[in-house]
Write a protein that binds this ligand. Structure first.
Ligand code: CP
Ligand code: NVA
Length: 316
């Protein structure tokens, strides 16, 4: 029975940062996601969370995260409840503590997308049910778990590959550093001065890298970053909440676009990734995102499969 393969070491845990999970556990999640994807493809039912409810709190917009969690919990036999922060009392000043304690009486798990990472940590501290990080200003771990699944499907392995991230040292870059370090994948970030990843995150990732042999580096020149790269990755220059800086960022990020010329400097079989939504013509050209190296919509699909695995494991 597949249910018996749901590793008990996950039950009841939060999924907030990949650093909190061992390399073995990361591979266990990937394996469960692979099986669930196969079951869904064959339309074989897999009601691992029958009768369970996931609350999904959003204080930022979302297409992929909302739809993939909602369809994912439904496919697992459970129910997803969309909770816009504008509509619940949290948006009117009810404390995170009281929100966590209340929601824990109704739900079996909470997914939250918000600004301050500390709010997610606080929610998890007071909730008696698992809390899953659906993106904060600091991290986007579910995205990177789906990305690792996508790399694995395309390259057959993770360890020893090189990923080059071109752009802002943002939440996605942070999770890629930690995720890459965990699985032994080299990660090079190319960013302009002033847009480097958070040093605390780099340090955390370095701890993981020292155990797996992954090499993490920071360069200015995007051409240097993509040399020998198996995976090219980019994200928007202005993340949610940084809209006012958009014009300045467009100027500062000149030269940090994945275009055909840059792609040609990577390995000939390199894949191109983007968490989406994309600003076509800024951080990536139409030609590349729609071209044969791009796996961006596989990435989007894999968000659902990997999050089903995470939910099934922690909410079982
Ligand atoms: N990649 C991602 O998280 O997309 P959404 O903002 O649409 O959820
Ligand atoms: N860095 C982007 C990712 C969106 C999925 C943001 O935070 O807006």
């Amino acid at each position: 029975m597949f249910e018996e393969k749901l590793y008990p070491n996950f039950r009841g845990r939060d999924f907030i940062c990949m650093h909190d999970y061992t390399q073995e556990e990361i591979y266990q999640i990937l394996e469960v996601a692979r099986v669930l994807k196969e079951k869904q493809r064959r339309r074989e039912s897999h009601p691992l969370l029958a009768g369970k409810t996931l609350g999904m709190i959003f204080t930022k917009s979302s297409t992929r995260t909302r739809v993939s969690f909602e369809t994912g919990i439904y496919q697992l036999g459970g129910y997803g409840l969309f909770l816009s922060a504008n509509d619940i009392q949290l948006g009117r000043g009810e404390t995170i503590q009281d929100t966590a304690l209340t929601l824990s009486r109704f739900l079996d798990g909470i997914m939250i997308r918000t600004f301050a990472h500390q709010d997610v940590l606080d929610l998890a501290q007071y909730a008696t049910i698992p809390v899953i990080n659906g993106l904060t200003d600091l991290l986007h771990p579910c995205q990177v778990m789906g990305d690792l699944m996508t790399v694995m499907e395309n390259k057959g392995r993770l360890k020893g590959l090189k990923l080059a991230f071109i752009g802002d040292g943002n939440n996605v870059a942070h999770s890629l550093l930690i995720g890459g370090a965990k699985v032994g994948m080299d990660v090079t970030i190319a960013c302009p001065a002033g847009y480097e990843p958070n040093p605390d995150i780099l340090q955390l990732a370095q701890q993981d890298a020292s155990e797996t042999g992954a090499r993490l580096s920071l360069v200015r020149d995007s051409r240097e970053a993509v040399e020998e790269a198996d995976v090219l990755y980019t994200d928007v220059w202005a993340s949610m909440g940084q809209e006012a800086e958009r014009e300045k960022r467009i100027r500062d990020f000149t030269g940090y676009c994945i275009d055909k010329a840059l792609l040609q400097k990577a390995k000939p079989d390199a894949i191109v990734m983007h968490c989406l939504p994309a600003h076509r013509g800024e951080e990536i050209t139409d030609e590349v995102i729609d071209g044969p190296h791009s796996v961006v919509f596989e990435e989007a699909e894999n968000r659902m499969h990997i999050q089903k695995a995470i939910m099934a494991l922690v909410m079982a």
